[in-house]
Each structure stands twice: as structure tokens, then as C-alpha cells.
Design a protein around this ligand. Structure first.
Ligand code: HEC
Length: 146
């Protein structure tokens, strides 16, 4: 059952991601310090150490305290199959992209009141940019594509 949901999710992401990528090229995220600032994925992996207690990445990633974050950008918020999201997440109608992730990760509880994600937030823009570069490496199946 879970496998089937995953297949549907993967198919959805496959359709949404190219569109999001095309948009990203024409419209840099508002507030981005420098358009097309390329993050350092290796540095981003070190930032991800703060997330790893709750979030897994890669082909064997499973739900832990939080859902896996493979294929995050282009994925509908609160949609990882069989993960028990908080009511705050279940009623969300947003698709993750770099711009809204940037806002979210600065202060998750302010952006999504009632979330079960207990994380105070990242303040450093460079760290956030690097974290995004790291997360973007993983497709929905957890394979590194970059
Ligand atoms: C203490 C555990 C914990 C830590 C640390 C944590 N998270 Fe979370 N995260 C969660 C939980 C739990 C949820 C689900 C929230 C809910 O249901 O309200 C979540 C949800 C998310 C989501 C939404 C996922 C989706 O499927 O829509 C993103 C994105 C996210 N976290 C990113 C991060 C990042 C990036 C970090 C590190 C900088 C981090 N989280 C640190 C527990 C954590």
C-alpha cells in the first residue's frame, strides 16, 4: 500500500519539478541576496546535521520523528505517504519551493502555528542557501541527481 502511494507521489513530483525549475530560472526568489546564488551542497550537508535527528535522506530514508525530505522541492506540503502529520500540516495547501522553504526554515512555528516540528529555525542566509543546495540533490526516490 505504502509503495503505491509512493509511486503516485513520484509521478506527481516528476510533473511538478520541471515546471518549478523553469519558473526558478525566470523568476529568482524574492529577497534572494544574489540571483542564482549557488549553494555549497557539502556545507549544506553539515547544516543538515541539525535536521538529521528527525529527517532522513537517501534511498533508504524512512519516516522518523519527521518525514523524509527526498524530492522536497515541488512536493506538496504534508504529503509524505502514511506520515502522521499534525492538523496544522494536513490543512496546508502549499507546494514546497525554494522561496517558501527559505521563509519556513527561519521560523517553522511562526509560519505553521501548531506544527509538531520542534526546531527554532536557521537565521543565517548562507547556511539556508547551502542547505537548499544539499536538499536539491535528492530526487523523490532519494537518488542523488546532482
Ligand atoms: C525535533 C525534530 C525535528 C527537527 C530537528 C527538524 N524537523 Fe522538520 N519536521 C519535523 C516534524 C515532526 C515535521 C512534521 C510537522 C507536522 O506534522 O506538524 C517536520 C516537517 C518538516 C518539513 C515539511 C515536510 C513535508 O512533508 O511537508 C520540512 C520541509 C522540514 N521539516 C524541514 C526541516 C529541516 C530542513 C530541518 C533542519 C534545519 C528540520 N526540519 C528539523 C521534525 C523536525
Amino acid at each position: 500500500m505504502a509503495f503505491n502511494f509512493r509511486m503516485i507521489l513520484a509521478a506527481t513530483v516528476a510533473v511538478v519539478v520541471p515546471a518549478a525549475a523553469a519558473m526558478a530560472q525566470t523568476a529568482p526568489a524574492p529577497g534572494a541576496a544574489t540571483p542564482a546564488a549557488a549553494g555549497d551542497a557539502a556545507a549544506g550537508e553539515r547544516v543538515f546535521a541539525q535536521c538529521r535527528a528527525c529527517h532522513q535522506m537517501g534511498p533508504t530514508a524512512r519516516a522518523g520523528v519527521g518525514p523524509p525530505l527526498n524530492g522536497l522541492f515541488g512536493r506538496k506540503a504534508g504529503s509524505f505517504p502514511n506520515f502522521n502529520y499534525s492538523p496544522a500540516y494536513r490543512s496546508l495547501d502549499k507546494t514546497w519551493d525554494e522561496a517558501n522553504f527559505r521563509v519556513y526554515i527561519r521560523n517553522p512555528r511562526e509560519v505553521t502555528p501548531g506544527t509538531r516540528m520542534v526546531f527554532s529555525g536557521l537565521r543565517d542566509e548562507t547556511q539556508i542557501t547551502n542547505l537548499i543546495a544539499y536538499l536539491k540533490q535528492f530526487n523523490a526516490e532519494g537518488q542523488r541527481t546532482q
